[in-house]
Design a protein around this ligand. Sequence first.
Ligand code: BG6
Length: 456
Amino acid sequence: QMAAAIRKMFRGGELHANEFMWGAAVAAYQVEGSWNEGGRTASIWDVFTHQSKAMGLGKVANDDTGDEAAHFYRKYKEDIETMRELNLTHFRFSISWTRVLKQGMYRNEAGITFYKNLVRALKRANVEPVVTLYHWDMPDHLDWREDGIVEAFVTFAKLMFTELPTVKYWITLNEPWVFCKLGYQWGSHHLKCGHNALKAHARAYRLFKKDFAPKRPGAQVGLTLNADWRVPLDPSNPEDERQCEIEMDSALGWFAEPVYGSGFYPASLRKEYPHVLPNMTAADRNLIRNSSDFFGLNHYTTMYVDSTSPRAETRHRNGVVIGPHAATWWLYAVPWGFRRLLAYIQDKWNPPFIIVTENGMSDEKKSDVEDYLSDQMRIFYFETYLAELSKAILEDNVRVSGYFAWSLLDNLSWVDGYDKRYGFVYVDYGDAERNRTIKASGRYYSSLIRSVTYQA
Ligand code: BG6
């Protein structure tokens, strides 16, 4: 079914079947480690985790930090070998801002060289890099609520566009909803963050189109947004239905409507924050509207919305969970929600292509390594989600040009530390070398890619 879906996608189109992106993703702070090596300076995440640890606050479970993480900085060559074993065609990673710009300001040769070497090694292995500029680890003096962030981000983007000329796929920001809403949720600060995030993204996009794209045919720049899917608990209750719409607007529409739609914020958001939602000036709108070559989507779960529940007011993962497969406290496997979300995005915004830039699940904590390695639950998750992806392509005619599993490696969860494992590859944190073992799900993904790319 997947192979048929891919054939359909690309038949007669600009792309060839073998250009469907079969990838896995990671982010710098979650895997690199070597936090103060090669001239890297502290990012907000280093400061946050170090402070929490020093004071025993447990802000991240067990006061885990990314100081060493999975040692990707040291072991990337071995990991590229694994990518080949997994038959990945693409690999998504992010740049640690303070590795390439000390304190966010001063060029750091060793850090830049690391990413140049990484890109070169990927290309040599025939794995196409997909580079996220910002996956949440910014220099400590910056703040998304302040206007200066826009210029600082453009400087960082320009440096990376210049230094990595062979990269064909760029993602400016990962999940602005998460870093704005969860980062600055008190009062209405998240709205200012969101406005600056949209401007920073769009400025980087325009810069690339003007100064870089002419010499780099086929190169694309996009934005990655996260969204769960929401369904009314009681379909006959119009209030549940309305609440779903509001939630989809405030999670996805907040960024998607300005970039892929009208260029304005969704009406429900304007109504909810009549005085504090930043004004979308004509200049902002010209800058932001149509500023993306693809729609990057991170999707994990679906929830019911129950408007009668008092929690409905929090507007954050407030739904009633859809069981029974709880992978972690917020993540329930609801494959059909994925298909509906994909169709919703295409119907509403009709982007050129959707790239699923993250999808996956973690394990509950287990005591036995063998249980981590024979991860049947994760196979089940991917099988069922990918079946829904093929239906979205075959039956709903959604244009999807790539799929990235989260994650290649077990890594640091922002909230649950190393207790949670998302990887195709098991990382032994008890071992100084961070030994790796491919899990059953990795083998499954590898043979899936081989079979569909062969038949396609
Ligand atoms: C996504 C992020 O929101 O969810 C990833 O882009 C993250 O970086 C993933 O790891 C899973 O979240 P968590 O908190 O369970 O690790």
